[in-house]
Design a protein around this ligand. Structure first.
Ligand SMILES: Cc1cc2nc3c(=O)[nH]c(=O)nc-3n(C[C@H](O)[C@H](O)[C@H](O)COP(=O)(O)O)c2cc1C
Length: 369
């Protein structure tokens, strides 16, 4: 599955895999794709260095990348404590009541919250970059807007390509103007933060808007046939996030959550602000329902919502509270029905791609005769 971009990057298959788990990212790279490690949860630079050391040892010298979350708008001189102080007491009370209703125990005294997502803070993301640029990463991806000009320049000085996610042609053009090398056109079906335009409409829009810049199709891709569709729409590769969550290498820390993902149908996700304050697709649970209920207090804007719910999400995950347990995931969850190694997923993707190409070739042959 080669394209101009995959050839330039020296990968066998034009399949890019976003994942928060180093073992998954390394396995994607080893399987001939391009593993991209999500850095948003690494608040301590030493932890990121440890995992990049591990990636370096487990990728057989093949290319991999890093994804940071650097918001387009910088908030000057505001600390995490300042942001915490802006959370209304009524919202904190709502969280306490929601957890009490389901009997979710508290974390132990001083136990760190694994969900604390401060990687969105520019300072944290810049610390991550200081670490990452010491490693031979080949791609730096950014969610939530174009990275700042100095970051793009720093990456380019080191021969690192820069990718950014876009949910509309307008976003994509903005990235192109900011000197980004690869645009990830991520549709409404996708897990995580998403816009409102479905991949089938978005991908050709973005290809037209930024061509000849390479575009990766993202959102709702879980089979080789869907990869073929993305490439047919003009993409030079695909970018998958959800599909890896049920691989054997993924470390979700919760068997109950894996079981929920395996059982979920394509209609069991919701695009909700409950997680971060910006619309993000995730499993629909009683927790997301409570936040989306007009009778409740409603969600707070990013970054307040993320800080408000961080400890609660850690508690829900630790105690595996079934009704509340969730994760970002896209509509493709309906096809994530077995737990398999990354290599087996790749084998399936490449076989499905070949089937799709054969089918199209047969149709083309019939049309020509
Ligand atoms: C669990 C999860 C976490 C994600 N976190 C991030 C993130 O931190 N940064 C980012 O750029 N994209 C993130 N995404 C979005 C992915 O990069 C990707 O665009 C998306 O998953 C593609 O759609 P799909 O889920 O249908 O495969 C996340 C997706 C999932 C499923």
């Amino acid at each position: 599955m080669e394209t101009e971009l995959s050839q330039q990057l020296g990968i066998e298959h034009a399949i890019f895999g976003f994942t928060p788990f180093p073992a998954v990212a390394a396995a994607i790279t080893r399987a001939g794709g391009f593993g991209v490690l999500g850095a948003v949860r690494y608040t301590a630079p030493a932890d990121l260095a440890r995992d990049l050391d591990w990636m370096q040892e487990h990728t057989d010298g093949k290319p991999y990348g890093l994804d940071v979350v650097m918001p387009a708008k910088k908030v000057e001189g505001v600390s995490e404590a300042d942001v915490e102080a802006m959370i209304p007491p009524g919202h904190r009370q709502f969280v306490r009541e929601a957890l009490a209703k389901h009997g979710v125990p508290a974390l132990a005294e001083g136990e760190p919250s694994g969900w604390r997502i401060t990687g969105w803070m520019e300072e944290v993301a810049r610390n991550q970059l200081d670490v990452a640029f010491d490693y031979p990463i080949r791609l730096l991806a950014n969610a939530l807007g174009s990275p700042p000009a100095d970051v793009v320049a720093r990456a380019h000085d080191r021969g690192v390509r820069v990718a950014a996610l876009a949910g509309s042609a307008r976003h994509a053009r903005h990235h192109a103007d900011a000197g980004i090398d690869i645009v990830v056109a991520q549709g409404y079906e996708a897990g995580g933060h998403t816009g409102e335009i479905a991949s089938m409409v978005l991908v050709p829009d973005v290809v037209d808007a930024v061509g000849p810049l390479p575009v990766l199709a993202a959102g709702g891709i879980g089979s080789g046939e869907q990869i073929a569709a993305g490439l047919a729409l003009g993409a030079q590769g695909v970018w998958l996030g959800s599909l890896w969550l049920t691989t054997e290498e993924a470390d979700l820390h919760s068997r109950a959550l894996t079981a929920k993902l395996l059982a979920a149908g394509s209609g069991d996700t919701v695009r909700s602000r409950a997680l971060t304050g910006k619309p993000a697709r995730q499993l629909r649970t009683e927790w997301t329902d409570a936040w989306d209920d007009p009778a409740g207090p409603g969600t707070l804007p990013m970054p307040l919502q993320g800080l408000l719910v961080a400890d609660a999400l850690s508690r829900i995950q630790k105690y595996e509270t079934p009704a509340l347990l969730g994760t970002p995931v896209g509509q493709i969850v309906g096809r994530m029905n077995t737990e398999r190694p990354v290599q087996a997923v790749f084998d399936d993707l490449t076989r499905g791609f070949e089937r799709a190409v054969d089918r199209i070739n047969r149709i083309a042959g019939r049309s020509a005769s």
